[in-house]
Design a protein around this ligand. Structure first.
Ligand SMILES: [Fe+2]
Length: 295
């Protein structure tokens, strides 16, 4: 696997991590060392699903950090349409500015789940809810840093890895070495495609810092979110040591059959496929649906 771009390993962004214990999600503020510019990656909007109540503690922690450090938010990035937590992108954008970006394959996700939720024609399936749709190979600036976008589908069709200097934000393409990889059985997921995407990430330089979107602290260890390409190549329990594509697909498929749906998949998809906007009923009230027997 050869890379389509040259990572600039001399650029070392300052990365601040924010762990949400409710959903085991890690959000990041990625700062340009040469300016006050930053990007926010994979934010979290808190929900008490049983009560139907939203709150903003996780997002407010990020806002506090941005303000305390005098940062300018240029981008609010989603590595994919998350199925286990809601995005706080619109809330952050209102308070801090910045453009909301996601992969251009979002249109496939919107088409699939537009049907699941029986959305009307007012729900656009063209990705227009987002400020920017990234194609594979696209670049964008965070201050003086150039970010490179790599399509890494498999967990979902719209998954991407964002490479900024020596740091890569892999979304759910990989977990920490002892966590392996994310499931590939959601509609539009594909274990073989995920394997190929993981190889793209592992083709980055060995010392690339990899930042996970999730960690569940397997075997009782403390939560971690940062590793390296070299560490994943050597030790990842699902793909490390040169595991073959066939072996990975067999393992992943068998394992996915045992997994329950994430607790927050229904609210997450309805909100995240709208770039974090909450849907409304015909009278304009914020309202979520529970489609029966669809997932
Ligand atoms: Fe995910």
């Amino acid at each position: 696997m050869t890379l389509q771009f040259q990572p600039d390993m001399q650029v070392k962004p300052d990365v601040a991590a924010f762990f949400d214990p409710q959903t085991n999600t890690i959000s990041y503020v990625v700062k340009d060392p040469a300016s006050n510019s930053c990007a926010i990656v994979d934010s979290v909007l808190d929900i008490d699903y049983a009560a139907g109540r939203l709150s903003y503690d996780s997002a407010d922690k990020i806002i506090e950090h941005v303000k305390a450090n005098g940062l300018t938010v240029e981008w609010i990035i989603e590595t994919h349409v998350h199925a286990d937590h809601l995005s706080a992108a619109p809330y952050l954008q209102e308070k801090l500015g910045g453009k909301i970006g996601i992969g251009d394959q979002i249109t496939i996700v919107q088409d699939t789940f537009g049907k699941v939720f029986n959305e009307g024609t007012e729900f656009q399936r063209d990705g227009s809810q987002f400020d920017r749709l990234f194609a594979d190979g696209d670049t964008y600036q965070v201050g003086s840093m150039t970010a490179h976008v790599m399509a890494t589908p498999g967990h979902t069709p719209a998954c991407q890895t964002h490479v900024i200097g020596d740091a890569a934000f892999v979304g759910d393409t990989l977990f920490m070495p002892d966590g392996g990889s994310a499931r590939a059985d959601f509609p539009g997921g594909d274990a073989g495609v995920l394997y190929d995407s993981i190889q793209r990430v592992l083709a980055l330089p060995d010392t690339t810092r990899l930042f996970m979107c999730h960690d569940y602290g397997p075997n009782g260890r403390d939560i971690k979110w940062e590793t390296t390409v070299a560490d994943e190549k050597a030790h990842n329990i699902h793909v490390g040591g040169g595991k073959s594509r066939d072996a990975f697909v067999a393992m992943r498929t068998a394992r996915d059959e045992t997994l329950d749906m994430p607790k927050l998949i229904l609210p997450s998809l309805q909100v995240n496929m709208r770039a974090g906007d909450v849907p409304t009923d015909k009278d304009g009230n914020p309202m979520l649906k529970v489609p029966l027997n669809k997932l």
